[in-house]
Design a protein around this ligand. Structure first.
Ligand SMILES: Cc1ncc(COP(=O)(O)O)c(C=O)c1O
Length: 392
């Protein structure tokens, strides 16, 4: 059986996949089993921060694997503790909790908020935003403000309310004496690449301060250097009480981190929360490399090339009537089209450029953080041809 036949027969059918089997990667490129080359502007959906087969990352992973892949969190390991020091010293937070995915890092924040609520009068309600996306576990999918992800699941996680993104009045209307936290993505990703306004995030911060509520940021997609700052909140100048991060943090090795500020970092006591694999030496050794690279100059590349990407997308918008908007920051950008984008993406893939949608009408650009001007120019050239064909 070829790979497609094997997959269709034995892998549960939860993804609509392209008929491509990828076997290798190098830098900004991946290759399929026939040797066809693709410029990768998906990067595992904002995961491969350092591109593919980054030498320092792969060497570190190989060396760590030879020494110690995993031990229980019953013991300390050096990579986890060193990573925590770096993350804390380069942020406004006090402590790190480790897990393995974005959804888990959201679960950790929600649990911490509920613990805080229990300790401060028994409050349980959490406000999240319409069109948000927070993951597929039960609490995370409930927090996700897109009903189609919840269809057929029966009773959802209780005490979640939905407000409108970038509309502080709609949030205020939902606050009551049972509200303990507000969860928000600084840039909504799956919902269509919508950045929060600084005023909105500042408004949420004030609302939380006035009502002793926690502000929880979901930086799973927009964090880890993607906006040009190590954490997304640093691009907005609004400090939340917790940040949930994952995806790009270990460059492709599963790793999630929930960081909390002093106000709540001691709400979890031994036994309150745990994860077998969370922060294991392999994942955190990899994450140390990613953070070192980001702080060692890669953030500057994102800032500079992010502006270049915006300018390139604006140029495309001015040339094609079907492109109606350009949104985003750094290496998390999108173009909205007046037509469904699935066929345009299929066309670019056919012509050697991997892109991914964000909803029906938005093409998302989330390349590795190493992307250069030449990579962007090449991606734009392939995209332009596909848009010409789509426009007819
Ligand atoms: C903003 C956001 N939060 C949470 C998640 C869930 O992450 P994971 O798929 O690692 O559980 C995602 C995944 O796309 C995301 O974009």
């Amino acid at each position: 059986m070829n790979t497609f036949e094997l997959g269709e027969k034995y892998v549960m059918n939860t993804y609509s996949r392209f008929p491509i089997t990828l076997t290798e990667g190098k830098g900004m490129y991946v290759y399929d089993e026939n040797g066809k080359e693709y410029l990768d502007f998906v990067s595992g959906i904002a995961v491969n921060s350092l591109g593919h087969a980054h030498k320092k990352l792969t060497d570190t992973i190989a060396e760590q694997a030879k020494k110690l892949i995993h031990v229980s969190n019953l013991y300390w390991t050096r990579p986890q503790c060193e990573l925590s020091k770096k993350l804390v010293e380069n942020s406004d937070f006090d402590k790190c909790f480790y897990c393995n995915s974005g959804a888990e890092s959201i679960e950790a924040a929600l649990k911490l908020a509920r613990k805080y609520g229990s300790a401060t009068g028994g409050r349980q309600e959490i406000i999240t935003m319409n069109h948000s996306f927070h993951g597929r576990t039960f609490a995370a999918v409930t927090a996700t403000g897109q009903p189609h992800y919840q269809e057929g699941l029966g009773d959802l996680f209780p005490n979640i309310k939905y407000a409108d993104f970038n509309d502080i009045e709609s949030v205020k209307k939902l606050v009551n004496k049972n509200t303990v936290a507000i969860l928000v993505e600084p840039v909504q990703g799956e919902g269509g690449i919508h950045p929060a306004t600084k005023e909105f995030l500042q408004g949420l911060r004030s609302l939380c301060d006035e009502n002793d509520m926690l502000l929880l940021f979901d930086e799973v997609q927009c964090g880890v250097g993607r906006l040009g700052t190590l954490f997304a909140y640093q691009s907005f100048g609004v400090v939340p009480d917790t940040v949930s991060t994952a995806k790009g943090i270990a460059g492709g090795i599963p790793c999630g981190v929930m960081l909390a500020g002093k106000k709540v970092s001691s709400c979890f006591k031994p036994g309150d929360h745990a994860s077998t694999f969370g922060g294991n030496p392999l994942a955190t050794a990899a994450a140390n490399v990613v953070v070192d690279e980001l702080l060692g100059g890669l953030l500057d590349n994102v800032k500079e090339m992010g502006k270049y990407l915006t300018a390139s997308l604006e140029k495309i918008k001015s040339s094609f009537d079907i492109v109606t908007d350009v949104r985003g920051i750094g290496f998390m950008q999108g173009i909205e089209c007046s037509v469904p984008v699935a066929a345009i993406i299929a066309d670019t893939i056919e012509n050697g450029l991997l892109l991914v949608g964000a909803g029906k009408n938005v093409i998302r650009f989330v390349p590795s953080l190493i992307a250069t001007k030449e990579d962007i120019d090449k991606a734009m050239a392939i995209l332009e041809k596909a848009l010409e064909r789509a426009q007819g």
